[in-house]
Design a protein around this ligand. Sequence first.
Ligand code: NDP
Length: 233
Amino acid sequence: MSRHVIVTGASRGIGAAIAEHFVALGDRVVGLSRSGTAPEGCVDAVALDVADAPAVGAAVKASVERFGPVDVMVVNAGITRDGLALRMSDEQWREVLATDLDGAFYCARAALSSMVRNRQGSLVFIGSVSPFMGVPGQANYAAAKAGLVGMARSLATEVASRSITVNVVAPGLIDTEMTTDLGSREVMTSRIPLGHVGAPADIAGVVGFLASNHARYITGAVIVVDGGLSLGH
Ligand code: NDP
């Protein structure tokens, strides 16, 4: 049966691969991003800033009116503004927390409101291995992504009685625009036990699994998808 799937940050990178994954399964996929673009086959693409709570609420409400209850919400939109803590500006800190943590909460809350009424659903957050590894220059990003894990596990307990699962996928180094200019990319690649950077599709497949019936007994989990990068940390 065709599901109503919302993917944030669907315009490119990991979010686009996730949207394409669900489109290929025949689902009705709505993409949210600042640019408002989404891969071919998506039923809608909305331009918004996930840090704008009223905009997120209105977009999800409009999507529910058009496509029915939300079956799957993938909270993927995220940014980095790396810098060593002593030189990190308030803006660098706030921008990342506003998008990666506040925005994630607004999207989750809006989707859960529909899922709770429908008594089923799957919420998947895209986290990161950064908080588990301790990456210099990522105090803001690691704090936001660590926050996602706490948020997800708390939400999982709140909505389990409604047959809603809440999980986190924590990618390692994935080949997208976000990592193109990463100064430490070559060093990090050499530390990946599987020997290469991941592809967006490697994350999309795991998200697809978590949203499927095969994962119906998995909730509050953090699935690391990093080619072994964080092993030993
Ligand atoms: P990209 O930079 O390639 O894409 C980011 C996406 O998020 C874009 O679609 C962008 O939309 C959207 N976005 C960013 N800020 C906002 C905002 N304020 N409101 C709405 N949409 C926004 O990133 P990736 O695909 O690499 O990353 C996706 C997720 O995966 C992020 O949460 C990231 O932290 C996480 N991740 C990525 C890793 C990697 O190695 N690539 C590793 C670990 C985690 P637009 O283009 O319209 O601005």
